[in-house]
Design a protein around this ligand. Structure first.
Ligand SMILES: *Cc1c(COP(=O)(O)O)cnc(C)c1O
Length: 413
């Protein structure tokens, strides 16, 4: 570095003055960027667990709060903080909503912390029935162990929500679109009912991503993500995040995370924050491919039903159009002939991989009955809308025509 470089380089740590007015696509690429003294282009990766102090007094001030600085990476780390700031700025929120974000080691750590940090014995939780398997386990199995009452409702049934929320409630948890049935829940209507019952609304926004759906804009209080899915988007690492107002992040969630330690690794934070840079582009291709595949499957004689919010045949197509700006990357397909036909399709695919992950650049397909939702009883699976002939397809960003050809060939097999 020449000695004059410092004069021509913009200040390292500060964000440009205009950063607050950047549009979402710009924020996804640049928000939270704090360059070090080396003026690197790409975000620095701080693989460090601890930090050093110039003096004993500086260490003391760092612990008593007089000095705001890094102390230990379970509490705070520059790379993790960059990811948190970028995601906080990607999440659209109403004017005056001071958005904060805390990263976690996985999506489940985010769901667990978002709920447990604010619940106590005697509280009541209302949740939608069709949930990701582990979210269902936390609410159905774990919460009752701590004396927390839980009530499940059919997500699309607003009367059921109103009835369940006619009593004081601490938290409402829902997932929309839901896994794997692609059921859509009216976030604004449930937010209203939740707030009247004194509850905070927590939305699992994994399927939609912050690109396609903004729960805070619709009245939700807290949004949880598995960053493992579309944010990484290339199947490399686990991660999660909770997005909520700053006061909640600092005073309620912060101490819970700091002392229980489900901390994201700085390396994974770096991978995920680079993932955010291309999230918008990838989601656009995911959506275009998914619609093409959904239309093809719907027209195939061996297919009984396709569940995809973008199809006019989806029971909540109009609601999805109202609260989402795109239809997402995931669809469910029910085959005539049940499990044998579903297995035959899986075993004849050459391009699309059999895998229970989702939101990956690669197209992945799974049989929820025997994989992701295997542990549920047959009655619970059927109540959630999962049948033995159902497959969940996470459509990737390959050429959509190749995906259609692969499915067409495998359905003939
Ligand atoms: C994957 C997923 C989770 C859990 O995320 P992990 O990163 O696997 O812990 C939670 N909710 C939904 C909807 C998911 O798809």
């Amino acid at each position: 570095m020449g000695s004059d470089d410092s004069k021509t380089t913009r200040p390292n740590a500060a964000q440009p003055k205009m950063a607050g007015q950047w549009r979402p696509r710009t924020r996804a690429v640049r928000a939270g960027l704090a360059r070090t003294g080396f003026s690197e282009t790409s975000e620095a990766l701080f693989l460090t667990s601890g930090y050093v102090y110039g003096s004993a007094a500086e260490a003391e001030e760092s612990f008593d709060g007089t000095r705001d600085r890094m102390v230990y990476s379970r509490f705070k780390n520059p790379t993790i903080a960059t990811f948190e700031q970028r995601l906080a700025q990607l999440e659209a929120a109403p004017a005056g909503f001071d958005v904060g974000c805390r990263a976690t080691a996985s999506g489940m750590a985010a769901v667990h912390a978002a709920l447990l940090c604010q619940l106590k014995a005697g509280d009541r939780v209302v949740a939608s029935r069709a949930l990701f398997g582990s979210c269902q386990w936390i609410i159905n199995e774990l919460l009752p162990r701590f004396g927390i009452e839980r009530v499940f409702v059919d997500g699309p049934d607003l009367e059921a929500w109103a009835k369940a929320l006619s009593k004081p409630t601490a938290c409402v948890f829902l997932e929309t679109p839901a896994n794997p049935t692609l059921e859509i829940i009216d976030i604004a209507a449930v937010a209203d009912l939740a707030h009247k019952a004194g509850a905070k609304l927590v939305v699992d926004n994994v399927f939609a991503t912050p690109i396609l759906q903004s729960p805070l804009m619709l009245g939700a209080d807290i949004v949880v993500y598995s960053a493992t899915k579309h944010m990484d988007g290339q199947g490399r690492c686990l991660g999660g995040a909770v997005v909520a107002d700053q006061a909640f992040c600092q005073d309620v969630l912060g101490p819970y995370l700091r002392n229980t330690g489900p901390t994201l690794s700085p390396f994974n934070a770096w991978v995920l924050l680079k993932g955010l840079e291309t999230l918008d582009l990838r989601v656009e291709r995911h959506c275009a491919n998914a619609l093409k595949v959904a239309r093809f499957l719907e027209s195939h004689p061996k297919v009984a039903r396709v569940l995809y919010p973008g199809l006019e045949s989806h029971p909540q197509h109009a609601l999805a159009a109202r609260q989402m700006s795109g239809w997402g990357s995931i669809l469910a397909v029910e085959l005539k002939g049940g499990k044998p036909t579903a297995y035959s399709l899986l075993d004849h695919l050459e391009l699309i991989d059999i895998s229970n992950n989702l939101g990956d650049a690669k197209s992945l397909i799974t049989h929820p009955w025997t994989t992701t939702h295997q542990r549920l009883s047959p009655e619970d699976k059927l109540a959630m809308g999962i049948s033995e002939g159902m497959l969940r397809l996470s459509v990737g960003i390959e050429d959509g025509d190749d995906l259609v050809e692969d499915l067409d060939r495998a359905l003939g097999g």
